[in-house]
Design a protein around this ligand. Structure first.
Ligand code: Y12
Ligand code: CO
Length: 177
């Protein structure tokens, strides 16, 4: 089932999500719905809080070298923890909860992340590049942080200005003017 995406400035996005304690049908349904929701919106990563569920679960599904996004590449990470990180990289990020805004964010270049899969099996991934960026972006959601909070003061001002302008435009459209 496709669920509604929680959009900035909804206060739920500031919530610190709780550890998943039960690995069962409810978790499986949540992860399935998150996948369906993310794909329906052309996303490549989604955290549970983005569909209003404050649990430490995320999914990532990056396109392959040919640009195809297939479910075979889907990563489901429950209670993920970054246990090591190195270096610095800059990537232009976007987020389904902050639609139509993209900006450069600094992240660790390489990370080692430990997590559980949907069955409760322990997993470890050591990665760099886009996957490392995606993990850090999604784990930030679990801690109530959005990528726009990592922008410089000036870029954040630019974001707030664009956001206000777009909000006005949306309200104007709805009012039929
Ligand atoms: C690198 C950087 C960020 C991530 C986190 C995951 N981000 C996304 O999946 C962003 C998706 C996104 C999709 C959009 O397209 C539609 O909504 C149809 C989009 O466009 C609009 O909002 C109009 C914005 C963001 C992982 C790796
Ligand atoms: Co996001």
């Amino acid at each position: 089932m496709i669920r509604e995406i929680v959009v900035y400035p909804d206060s739920r996005l500031k919530q610190v999500s709780a550890e998943v304690k039960e690995f069962g049908d409810d978790l499986a349904l949540l992860l399935d719905d998150m996948y369906e929701t993310m794909i329906s919106k052309n996303g490549i990563g989604l955290a549970a809080i983005q569909v209003g569920v404050p649990l430490r679960a995320l999914i990532i599904n990056l396109p392959d070298e040919e640009g195809n996004q297939s479910k075979e590449g889907l990563i489901e990470a429950v209670n993920p923890v970054i246990v090591e990180k190195r270096g610095v990289t800059v990537y232009t990020e976007g987020c389904l909860s902050v639609p139509e805004y993209y900006d450069e964010v600094e992240r660790a270049e390489w990370i080692k992340v430990e997590f559980f899969d949907r069955e409760g099996n322990r997993r470890t991934i050591e990665t760099d590049g886009l996957l490392a960026v995606a993990f850090q972006h999604e784990i930030d959601h679990l801690d109530g942080r959005l990528f726009i909070e990592k922008l410089s003061f000036l870029k954040r001002k630019k974001f707030e200005k664009e956001w206000r302008k777009r909000r006005k435009e949306r309200l104007k459209k709805r009012g039929g003017k």
